[in-house]
Design a protein around this ligand. Structure first.
Ligand code: BES
Ligand code: MN
Ligand code: ZN
Length: 513
């Protein structure tokens, strides 16, 4: 890891906008044009009550050069009447479509605009909108932190282009305590996502299961979570035959990472179990993957990293609910000790009277469901009453939903409703896909209980049906983030590379209990 890069310092201010001396002042704008058709010109409107800022932007807004499209930018030097050296206009798009999520993106866009220009400080005006100011505050600082992340950790000529100082400016008559609380939350959320992203970004040789566990433990000690970190012996002791079968072909030992958040005074009520797939490299094993894009399979631990990042945020935000995270980390490799297609494995037993299911291995590349099977059973054994898992589980999910929506599944509508509501706050896109007995049929095995693949069609669903076997009757949500864990093309507000997807939604879901 690279320690040369400092993280961004963030502060909330209530000073008068026009008098703030800074390198760049960013002010947002919307397009208020409601008419449609060829003659309906965009009407960019500045989202501030500050008269000096409005005066400074007036000419360029009237010129038609800046349309206030979503994440559109325009930079003015030496704006008259402002103490700032530059005024940056950032568009939010059509007024009717503007949400808190547009503000998050705009803050990221502002940060990513100044980064390559060597500007290290940014003052960002909280937009005057018909939206809750606290939500906008939270989103703005979160978006700025997320925007500041770049994945070029191992470039020897890496320049520190991180924005050192981000100041959000709210009007003096705002509800200061409410905005301060929201701001602090946004910082925790942004930093936790970046923590997840820094883990996902690491190559397989630098982030083995052992090192992933060390990073999780360091974080747990920092924020005050209980933790345990075990390997091969513990897997054997717990009879985690499915998890072990994935790691048996690798020279790197597996890691069974458990993080616990136990708020004081909370002794009853739900225990939420967060289970993450932590494959630090997925070669496919004996059913080896084609070499094209195989390097991407370093991010096959993104689900586990999302759970670790979510636990960081949970520890700092202190919701009144108990949470346990189980991350099953392993490397999936071909070797003389690797498992083979046709092998039969026995998954972890839940209890003495509930023996582990037998699994026929059809394809050693369907390894995520194997480690999760034992992770889900273990989370239940540790007392989880509700389960959520996240995994870069199937290419089929990417075929179904592209890079736009991640897949989601649930065996319980009430639990799903809570997650669906969490999505409104997080702004992340998950699309619920079906489960059903007809799909479960496809993973029945002739030799044992189930097989680890269900054939060509409906691959994301048969993978979810596989997991469902191991959650029993526990309310459960499964997130297939294969298509969203890695940003394939950079966007104005986020770098190409690890996205940190699911951290925000999981956190909001946890807070809903
Ligand atoms: N890690 C992969 C899934 C994946 C694909 C993640 C693309 C991110 C991007 C997973 O372990 C896998 O290999 N799944 C197989 C399952 C198949 C063998 C049933 C797949 O999707 O091809
Ligand atoms: Mn695989
Ligand atoms: Zn995988």
């Amino acid at each position: 890891m690279d320690d040369r890069i400092e993280t961004m310092k963030t502060q909330l201010s209530f000073a008068p906008l026009a008098r703030i001396e800074t390198e760049v002042l960013a002010v947002l704008a919307v397009d208020t044009q409601t008419a449609k058709g060829p003659d309906a010109k965009p009407q960019p409107t500045l989202l501030t009550a500050d008269l000096s800022a409005m005066a400074a932007a007036m000419t360029v807004l009237a010129s038609g050069e800046f349309k206030a499209g979503a994440n559109e930018t325009l930079l003015l030097h030496a704006p008259a009447g402002l103490a700032a050296k530059r005024l940056l206009l950032v568009g939010l798009g059509k007024q009717a479509k503007v949400t808190v999520h547009s503000v998050r993106s705009a803050a990221g866009t502002a940060v990513r605009f100044i980064k390559p220009r060597g500007i290290r400080e940014l003052v960002f005006a909280l937009p005057k909108l018909d939206l809750p100011a606290a939500s906008c505050t939270r989103a703005a600082v979160e978006g700025a932190l997320v925007g500041d992340f770049d994945p070029d950790t191992y470039r020897s000529d890496r320049k520190d282009q991180s924005v050192q100082s981000f100041t959000l400016v709210a009007p003096a008559d705002a509800d200061k305590p409410a905005l301060e609380a929201a701001f602090a939350e946004g910082v925790i959320l942004g930093e936790s996502q970046n923590f997840t992203r820094s883990l996902v970004n690491e190559p397989g040789n630098k982030l083995t299961p052992t090192i992933l566990a060390q990073r999780a433990v360091e974080m747990a000690q920092e924020v005050g979570l209980k933790w345990s970190n075990d390997s091969t012996d513990k897997l054997h002791e717990l009879k985690m035959g499915a998890f072990w079968s994935v790691s048996q072909g690798s020279a790197e030992p597996p890691a069974l990472i458990v993080l616990r958040y136990e708020p004081e005074g909370v002794t009853d009520g739900p225990v939420l179990g967060l289970v993450g797939k932590g494959i630090t490299f997925d070669s496919g094993g004996i059913s080896i993957k084609p070499s094209d894009n195989m390097e991407k399979m370093k991010y096959d631990m993104a689900g586990g990293a999302a759970m670790i990042g979510a636990m960081r945020a949970i520890a700092l935000l202190k919701p009144k609910v108990r949470v346990i995270a189980v991350v099953c980390a392993a490397e999936n490799m071909p070797s003389g000790t690797a498992q083979k297609p046709g092998d039969v494995q026995t998954a972890m037993p839940f209890s003495a009277d509930k023996p582990g299911k037998t699994i026929e291995i059809i394809n050693t590349d369907a390894e995520g469901r194997l480690v999760l099977a034992d992770g889900l059973t273990y989370a239940r054994q540790l007392g989880a009453t509700h389960l959520i898992d996240a995994a870069t589980l199937t290419g089929a999910c990417v075929v179904a939903l592209g890079y736009v929506n991640a897949g989601a599944f649930s065996n319980d509508d009430a639990t799903w409703a809570k997650f669906d509501a969490a999505l409104d706050t997080s702004g992340e896109k998950f699309w619920r896909l079906p489960l059903g007995d007809e799909y479960a049929e496809l993973i029945k095995s002739d030799i044992g209980d189930i097989k680890n693949t269900g054939g060509r069609w409906g691959g994301a669903i048969t993978a979810a049906e596989f997991l469902k076997v191991f959650v029993d009757d526990t309310p459960w949500i499964h997130l297939d983030i294969a298509g969203l864990a890695w940003v394939e093309d950079s966007k104005p507000y986020i770098a190409k590379g690890p996205s940190g997807v699911a951290v925000r939604s999981i956190l909001e879901w946890v807070r809903s209990y």
